[in-house]
Design a protein around this ligand. Structure first.
Ligand SMILES: [Zn+2]
Length: 241
């Protein structure tokens, strides 16, 4: 099996999962995915195993690979642990970061502030370019933390939170000045004011979680029904892509 095929399959499935093309709890049918992506069953299996390590997919006995479920309690737990880890990384980065670290933060913030958040304001469709520079901005803040394990844990939780954020996008009605939030976090970080930077980062992450919880799509109607109401393709249709 070619490693590049597995890698491409992994990236493609990860992007689809993060963008909600497969509903939480849905079965990831290896044969169907292999046909729709025109890759071998082995490449799909390997990609799904990697996605299991990322925590986006679960390997359930007797059932096979399923999309990791989502719930309000999971999001609250995730946010609380994520704040602890992100803030620990940020505190270490503020202590250890050098000029190159400062430069990376400045340049990624500059690009973020110049990139449009949404491609369609009415549909609340996130601009993929904004998502990429947003990832880069948050990565840059903690890049100098110096702990491989903390960064690994942080990445796992970042992906999970990103999944909730993107799933909630079509339901978000609340407006926030996210650019002002990022600017304040950047300034406190570059001032080496760890207490303030950590407080602002925690508030930033809590606000995102609060907005996702307020959307209400995690309770009541199953996610797929909500997606159908908004004219999104059904799970089966999406799986058959
Ligand atoms: Zn952010």
């Amino acid at each position: 099996m070619k490693t590049s095929k597995t890698s491409e399959t992994y990236k493609s499935l990860k992007s689809d999962l993060l963008n909600g093309h497969f509903a939480p709890g849905a079965q990831m049918r290896i044969d169907a995915i292999s046909k729709s992506l025109d890759v071998s069953v082995g490449a799909v299996r390997e990609a799904l195993s990697r996605l299991t390590s990322d925590g986006i997919v679960q390997n359930v006995p007797q059932k096979g690979f399923v999309v990791a479920p989502v719930s309000p309690d999971d999001l609250k737990d995730l946010t609380s642990v994520r704040i602890d880890i992100e803030n620990r990384c940020l505190d270490l980065a503020i202590r250890k970061g050098d000029l190159a670290w400062e430069g990376r933060i400045l340049s990624s913030y500059h690009r973020l502030s110049k990139t449009k958040l949404e491609t369609d304001r009415k549909q609340h469709t996130y601009n993929p370019d904004w998502t990429a520079v947003h990832d880069e901005f948050h990565d840059s803040l903690i890049a100098a933390c110096g702990s491989r394990w903390l960064l690994k844990l942080r990445d796992i939780m970042y992906i999970q939170a990103e999944r909730y954020r993107r799933m909630a996008a079509p339901y978000v009605v609340e407006r926030r000045n996210v650019d002002a939030e990022h600017k304040a976090i950047m300034e406190a970080t570059l001032d080496r004011n760890s207490t303030l930077a950590r407080k602002l980062l925690a508030r930033h992450l809590e606000t995102t979680a609060e907005i996702v919880l307020k959307c209400g799509f995690l309770v009541g109607d199953p996610v797929d029904q909500q997606l159908q109401k908004r004219g999104r393709p059904r799970v089966e249709d999406r799986q058959a892509r």
